[in-house]
Design a protein around this ligand. Structure first.
Ligand SMILES: *[C@@H]1O[C@H](CO)[C@@H](O)[C@H](O)[C@H]1NC(C)=O
Ligand SMILES: *[C@@H]1O[C@H](CO)[C@@H](O)[C@H](O)[C@H]1NC(C)=O
Ligand SMILES: *[C@@H]1O[C@H](CO)[C@@H](O)[C@H](O)[C@H]1NC(C)=O
Ligand SMILES: *[C@@H]1O[C@H](CO)[C@@H](O)[C@H](O)[C@H]1NC(C)=O
Ligand SMILES: *[C@@H]1O[C@H](CO)[C@@H](O)[C@H](O)[C@H]1NC(C)=O
Length: 315
């Protein structure tokens, strides 16, 4: 049962401020006005948009249906996934993570091209690694292309993610993938201007979230186990936004006209000036691990540094 709640795609086992926020909302709204409604979908309702991947007992919603709660106990974790696939767009939700002693518990928000673990999948991950009471959560991000990941970055946050809802978002277009926390770009993953084997571009992806037991690796490398006395562990969700090109077989029209949408127009191809400042701040203050700086790891494996590590996030 627990297996069903793990992210079907993840093999990670191996492994501010208000004004600015408002401004970015305004920018988003302004860009959004040019959306072509027929092709672009905006998601808001749980049952219309998602399938649960857990027993009803582990899922709850607020009375107004606007907040969702997933729980993990010894019997099961919980997850959900979009019914539709998308190629390029803006994928965003608010999360409030398990408070107190959450060591060994991982909550994930991710996109993946395959529902079942597939050897050729593309995947974009946010994983929130729980911790002992009072110790900081770590947020791990990863990118898979055609089944290959090993592109981990780890960051601490500048707030306690268990106290309030914060927005976590993925911007995906042919030029860059941004992992955003509130209005701040935590990670920038650039494409190159040539065909390559590191930037997920061709496979449409589903959006997923889940909570599961990862105490074999998550907290202090697996040293800290889940204390089941504190179960159930509950993560909370609100405010989904999927503003993206929805996939239809064989090929939806919006795939060839993605530049008609704000998330694939020039300003979304690069960091804005404000985002550059925030991203520089992230790099000075929040990075715990970056595979691109782990020369030793690749030397040991007898591999060159990954090609994408040579691309500048500032371009
Ligand atoms: C969602 O559930 C429906 C009904 O059970 C099923 O037909 C569909 O394949 C599921 N889609 C995904 C993406 O899981
Ligand atoms: C993806 O990986 C598989 C091996 O898992 C390989 O056979 C295939 O050629 C790769 N596809 C691309 C487009 O590189
Ligand atoms: C490709 O990008 C490099 C720098 O990343 C640049 O020097 C080069 O001019 C670009 N080529 C094209 C065809 O845009
Ligand atoms: C948990 O807290 C410990 C001690 O502060 C820290 O070393 C570790 O990086 C934190 N996070 C994880 C996921 O282990
Ligand atoms: C597990 O949590 C309970 C309740 O908070 C606490 O009394 C107990 O000491 C914890 N066990 C361990 C091994 O930390």
């Amino acid at each position: 049962m627990e297996k069903r709640a793990s992210p079907p795609c993840s093999s990670s086992m191996a492994t501010a401020n208000c004004t600015i926020f408002l401004i970015s909302i305004l920018i988003v709204v302004a860009f959004s006005c040019s959306l072509s409604q027929a092709e672009v979908s905006k998601v808001a309702n749980f049952d219309d948009s998602f399938n649960k991947t857990c027993p009803e007992s582990h899922f709850a919603a607020s009375d107004d249906g606007q907040k969702w709660f997933l729980s993990l106990d010894k019997k099961s974790g919980c997850g959900f996934q979009t019914k539709n696939k998308y190629r390029f767009g803006w994928f965003s939700m608010k999360l409030k993570l398990v408070a107190g002693d959450s060591a060994g518990v991982v909550t994930a928000f991710f996109m993946c091209s395959h529902i079942d673990l597939g050897p050729t999948r593309d995947e974009l991950d946010f994983e929130f690694l729980g911790n002992r009471t009072g110790e900081p959560y770590i947020i791990q991000t990863n990118v898979y292309k055609n089944g290959t990941g090993n592109r981990e970055q780890r960051h601490v946050l500048w707030f306690d993610p268990t106290e309030d809802y914060h927005r976590y978002s993925i911007l995906w277009n042919p030029h860059q993938i941004l992992f955003m926390v509130d209005e701040v770009p935590l990670r920038v993953y650039k494409n190159a201007n040539y065909t390559n084997n590191f930037f997920p571009i061709s496979q449409p992806m589903y959006l997923f979230s889940s909570i599961w037991n990862a105490d074999d690796w998550a907290t202090r490398g697996g040293l800290e186990k889940i204390n089941w006395t504190n179960a159930p562990f509950v993560s909370s969700y609100a405010d989904f936004v999927v503003d993206a090109c929805q996939w239809e077989d064989p090929y939806p029209a919006c795939v060839s006209t993605t530049t008609e949408n704000w998330w694939d127009q020039y300003p979304a191809w690069h960091l804005t000036e404000k985002q550059k400042m925030d991203y520089a701040w992230v790099n000075r203050n929040l990075v715990i691990y970056n595979y691109c700086q782990d020369k030793e790891r690749f030397d040991k494996a007898g591999e060159p540094m990954p090609e994408e590590c040579g691309l500048s996030p500032w371009d």
